[in-house]
Ligand binder design. Sequence first.
Ligand code: TTP
Ligand code: MG
Ligand code: MG
Length: 418
Amino acid sequence: MAAEPPSSPLPERLIAHLDMDAFYASVELLRYPELKGLPVVIGGRREHAPRLREDGTREFAKLRDYTGRGVATTSTYAARDLGVFSAMGLMKAALRAPDAILLPTDFDRYRHYSRLFKAAVAELAPVIEDRGIDEIYIDLSAVPGIREPVGHDPLGGIRSVAREIKNSVLRATGLTCSIGITPNKLLSKIASEIDKPDGITVLLAEEIPARIWPLSVRKINGIGPKAAARLAALGIETVGQIAAAEPAWLIEQFGKSYGAWLHEASHGRDNRPVVTFSEPVSISRETTFERDLHAVHDRAELGRIFTRLCEQLAGDLERKGYQGRTIGIKLRFEGFHTVTRDLTLDEPIADAQALRRAAGSCLKRVNFDKRLRLLGVRIGNLSHPGDAPPAAKARKTARGASAEAPSGAARPETLPLF
Ligand code: TTP
Ligand code: MG
Ligand code: MG
């Protein structure tokens, strides 16, 4: 006998969004299991690494002892209960949770676990769009069994595929994640957050009014703080209020393209495909200093930091198999004024020394009259070693010199370069 058909047919597309739970913090808990359930914040420096006591137990740094202006990359759910969240200054966080444990950030380790969880998912469902270190979209439309009901549950097939994916991520990494499955990326991104941590949320179009419309407009990926503030000024706080607004009025307020998109998004409509691979536009490394540094007085320290950034960038290029021709620097001065300069070479480079030389020549085009708080190095115009050589027309060019610093012989060599 044939199984009962679902009350309405399943949509053609079934898209998942998977996001790891408290990712950096959960990776740290794998090696320090004694911290399970405690408020833990990630964002310290190397000196905040735990010390091994003689009796074999570990001594952890406490948030109350932190000084500096680092920010939390993330925190455990116990720390979130105390009001500590991503991007919060650690000293501010210490006021809310002085006894929380502070751990240094270990990006290499997080990247390793990122690769592991993505590989585990790919074995079950290969159509994956990489959205960063801890999240992916997965096109599940053609996964075997997904459209089969289980018992009386027409969504049973979807739920069991979701459970299988979560189990496989857990086996490969020891980590939990949350999954949203809906007809498109926009809704799935919202859905994956609904039952965090360790959740599965399946949501079909007919449930949009009940489950999406009551949510804050900020839950839509694409409505940032500025758009939300403008919507609030117009009396709109929830997705449902956008949905109830006239499209013509939204367009009047927000322009043709964003206004029309707001209308579509509020009705949960989104046709974007899951894009399985995209070449990165550029790769970069940057660091914010613990204290503002002076180009002359802190020259040696700046030089070391600059060299290290170039080495890290060279490491990224090697791991990912890229080289690049456009090398850029980013400087942020006290007062948050940010300056970028870049330089395009004839031939692609990838090694640390060549990066240091090219980035160093960009530095010569910057005025250092203020102290620095951030330094970054970027490489773009990427290719793979062994690709066809770049078109001959693109000769050496320099951009970003801007009006304050005309390039050419007249420009004085103002600064001592680190
Ligand atoms: P998120 O997925 O936004 O957060 P999360 O995984 O820590 O927690 P949740 O369970 O709510 O998903 O970000 C993934 C990682 O990216 C996070 O663990 C740390 C890093 N991150 C930052 O470094 N800075 C930030 O501002 C944010 C939001 C994240
Ligand atoms: Mg996450
Ligand atoms: Mg995420």
